[in-house]
Design a protein around this ligand. Structure first.
Ligand code: NDP
Length: 335
């Protein structure tokens, strides 16, 4: 069983040397356990936070242990009455080829149906990132038809879902993404009304001008994935009573400062700014997954994947995700 463990903690930008590939023997199954062959590993921005020692909303990843991560795979051996070989499952299998786990622990493994939905989608649009987009949009922004919703990292796993769900609710959806290819995809494939290439804008003033053109009626809802200059520019275009779902601030994950240049606009615009962690709202996951699953199965919710090949490629792919080298959901194919 090849695994990637956290070898050391990064200071600032992580490097491949923070990770180590190891090989561990697979022990025979105990009663209640199942052996899962992981087919795909999900790489997600939150993993950067886990590499740090400091206190955050999640426990740090212990050194020398298998990196935490969501996986989908197939049960290959079972000593648990609820699972049989051939079952497709999603779980927190970690950065490794096989997962041996006691499947009686609540929520550790969920069976999934791959008849109409591809297995890998359970790590993206019909998984944690999709639910994240759904939660911030429906529970925090809660837009009315005709309102304008803006989302950063719009071509990504979370952002792509946000804009499409907003369109399905009759909103104007405007994305921000890095580069012309990502922007063209957001408009032409995902069906957003507009997408701004933030890399073409050297400062807040210029970006705010682009937002004014893309959002002629102002901004009613903002789904924040990035932080920094993008947030500042959005604040300048926010309407009275705008709602901001604070989902992520990836531009600061390596410890970069992310100052907010005009917090007084929260008051002036009577804005509501709310952070959330999707795993703290498990009670809403079934409702979210029902809508997301239906939309994906019927081809109405589109997504794109970037797939790295083999467990050894995971660290480099993860570093790429933190630099925007991924296009859509970043996965690692393990079989
Ligand atoms: P994405 O698939 O969107 O990939 C990350 C993207 O972020 C990159 O492709 C890149 O897009 C952009 N990016 C990376 N580095 C920077 C940077 N320095 N400055 C600006 N943009 C950058 O990832 P996800 O969809 O999985 O996650 C999106 C956000 O949602 C993240 O902030 C993540 O932490 C957050 N999140 C929060 C959750 C919660 O419970 N609160 C749960 C899940 C995710 P581009 O090339 O367009 O710049």
């Amino acid at each position: 069983n090849r695994q990637i463990v956290l070898a050391s903690r990064p200071t600032g930008e992580p490097t491949v040397d923070n990770f180590k590939l190891v090989e561990a023997a697979l022990a025979p199954l105990a009663e209640g356990e199942v052996l899962v062959r992981n087919h795909y590993l999900s790489l997600d921005p939150y993993m950067r936070g886990r590499m740090n020692e400091g206190k955050s909303y999640a426990q740090p990843q212990p050194l020398g242990e298998v990196m935490i991560g969501g996986t989908v795979g197939e049960v290959v051996e079972s000593r648990n009455a609820h699972f049989k070989p051939g079952d497709a499952v999603v779980g927190m299998g970690g950065w490794q080829e096989y997962l041996r786990v006691n499947a009686d622990q609540r929520g550790v493994l969920q069976k999934v149906d791959t008849t109409h939905i591809p297995l890998s989608a359970y790590l993206g649009a019909v998984g944690m990132p999709g639910v994240t987009g759904w939660y911030g949009l429906t529970q925090i922004i809660n837009p009315k038809a005709g309102e304008t919703v803006v989302v950063s990292a719009a071509s990504g796993a979370v952002g792509g879902a946000v804009g499409q769900l907003a369109k399905a609710r009759g909103c104007r959806a405007v994305g921000l993404a890095g580069g012309p290819d990502k922007c063209a995809y957001v408009v032409n494939e995902l069906g957003f009304d507009a997408c701004i290439d933030y890399k073409q804008h050297p400062d807040v003033k210029s970006l705010s001008k682009a937002l004014k053109e893309a959002c002629p009626d102002g901004i009613d809802g903002y789904f924040e994935n990035v932080g920094g200059m993008i947030l500042d520019a959005v604040m300048l275009r926010a309407n009275a009573f705008a709602r901001v779902a604070m989902c992520g601030m990836i531009s600061g994950y390596n410890g970069e400062p992310i100052p907010m240049s005009a917090p007084q606009l929260i008051l002036v615009n009577r804005m509501r700014v709310e952070g959330f962690i999707v795993s703290e709202h498990m009670e809403l996951w079934p409702q979210a997954l029902k809508e997301l699953g239906m939309l994906v199965a019927t081809g109405k919710l589109k997504y794109r994947e970037t797939v790295a090949d083999g467990i050894a490629a995971a660290p480099q792919a993860f570093l790429g995700l933190l630099k925007g080298k991924n296009f859509g959901k970043q996965l690692v194919k393990l079989v």
